[in-house]
Design a protein around this ligand. Structure first.
Ligand SMILES: Cc1cc2nc3c(=O)[nH]c(=O)nc-3n(C[C@H](O)[C@H](O)[C@H](O)COP(=O)(O)OP(=O)(O)OC[C@H]3O[C@@H](n4cnc5c(N)ncnc54)[C@H](O)[C@@H]3O)c2cc1C
Length: 387
């Protein structure tokens, strides 16, 4: 039996690593268990957009703002690159432009979203006028772009350099004995004062009965990495007005209804597949594109070529260049909770922290900070958005 840990964390995705960082900084002795040899879950398959602009006003917005600061700290210490130019969310239609205007004039000011509306004339001065075919753009000034497949391993290496943090990779946690604070793993038994389950969308290996009460579902996304035919040095994360009917910062504004109706009338396939375009620049000139949404109890393994083609068409129009596909993959995240985050107190010594929406990169670092502060009775209850 390996004993003496203050905290055992199951899962080395962004949620597990964020909690490990918050605990390690406070001097706790931490063990992190990950069943694969390196993190391969949602946290390396995503767009890496650390978004403030799309968050619902309230707790999620606050978490995203706090996470922005922590990402800055982590990038410096763990030495991974972060693009800090923000997002460009393009209005392609009058309805989308009206929605962005309404957001800028109202909610953005009220809740301090830090965004500006760029006119078509202002777009002409960006990227040699590449984007002047759009009517306007919302520039989210505080959004950041992370290249997850490099940042997450860098974060692991950085945390591994702490004397008080131990990683156990290729180690499945098979079971937990909560009364004894014991983890039964494929690398033997371990004991800790507290166990945090940050197992992403694996709802069956640990705490299956308690997690099933949350009626968990997963969302499956088709993702592509493409090279623009006319190469240009994209520094912003890119979205379109389509995202406004998906993201809670905008979706309930009255002006969103016309955007929704236009999609229903003119692009029903986008609605069918839950598609809104996200495009994220990598440090190497490629662009990650995607954001289809297929909600299921279990993810189906079959990718639809129709979805990929729709994404490619949207990307080509938005970026104003043909693109060549270099890579395709699936990403899966936990979704459709009553709340965006579920914090499940399964036992006094066992807490599960589960993202229930696709925003873990945006809010994960602050979520770790808050859970650990609450466990140590430093502050108010961990988080108000959990169930
Ligand atoms: C395609 C895609 C795009 C996305 N884009 C964005 C974005 O741009 N911005 C944003 O904010 N969010 C985005 N998200 C959401 C974000 O990636 C997730 O919310 C976040 O990664 C969830 O982190 P996690 O640590 O909970 O899960 P994961 O990264 O899946 O990590 C969970 C880990 O736990 C391990 N594990 C589970 N059970 C056990 C066990 N019993 N023993 C040992 N190990 C175990 C798994 O192997 C896994 O590595 C996206 C998600 C996807 C899928």
């Amino acid at each position: 039996m390996n004993t003496g840990y203050d905290l055992a964390i199951v899962g080395a995705g962004i949620i597990g690593l964020s909690h490990a960082y918050a605990a390690a900084k406070r001097g706790l002795k931490v063990a992190v268990f990950e069943r694969t040899h390196t993190p391969l879950g949602a946290s390396v398959r995503n767009f890496g957009q650390a978004l403030i602009i799309g968050q619902s006003p309230g707790e999620m917005l606050q978490l995203a703002k706090q996470s922005r600061t922590i990402w800055g700290e982590l990038a410096t210490q763990a030495k991974f690159s972060v693009k800090k130019k923000g997002t460009l969310l393009f209005a392609r239609t009058e309805a989308e432009e009206n929605l962005l205007e309404a957001f800028c004039n109202g909610r953005a000011k009220e809740y301090d979203y830090r965004a500006e509306l760029l006119s078509r004339a202002e777009l002409a001065g960006l990227y040699d006028g590449r984007f002047v075919h759009h009517r306007a753009a919302l520039h989210g000034l505080e959004d950041q772009q992370i290249y997850s497949r490099e940042a997450i391993p860098s974060l692991v290496s950085y945390l591994d350099s702490f004397e008080n943090v131990s990683f156990y990779f290729s180690t499945l946690v098979r079971d937990i004995d909560p009364d004894a604070g014991k983890l039964i793993t494929t690398a033997g038994q371990f004991a800790a004062e507290h166990i945090l389950v940050c197992s992403g969308h694996d709802y069956q290996t640990l705490l299956a009965e308690q997690i099933s009460q949350l009626e968990p579902e997963v969302c499956r996304l088709q993702m592509l990495r493409v090279t623009p035919e006319q190469s240009f040095d994209l520094q912003h994360a890119v979205l379109t007005g389509l995202s406004c009917i998906h993201y809670n910062a905008f979706a309930d504004l009255p002006e969103a209804q016309s955007v929704r109706e236009q999609v229903q009338q003119h692009s029903p396939l986008l609605e069918k597949y839950g598609i809104h375009l996200l495009a994220s620049p990598t440090p190497y000139g490629d662009i990650i594109i995607g954001d289809s949404h297929d909600y299921q109890q279990d993810p189906i393994p079959f990718n639809s070529e129709e979805v990929d083609q729709l994404l490619i068409e949207l990307a080509q129009h938005t970026l104003n260049t043909k693109v060549k596909v270099k890579e395709r993959w699936q990403g899966i995240y936990g979704s459709r909770g009553k709340e965006p985050i579920s914090v499940l107190q399964a036992h006094p010594k066992v807490t599960a922290v589960l993202m229930r929406t696709g925003l873990g990169m945006s809010v994960g670092p602050a979520l770790g900070e808050r859970t650990i502060a609450a466990l140590l009775n430093e502050s108010r209850p961990a988080i108000a958005v959990g169930s």
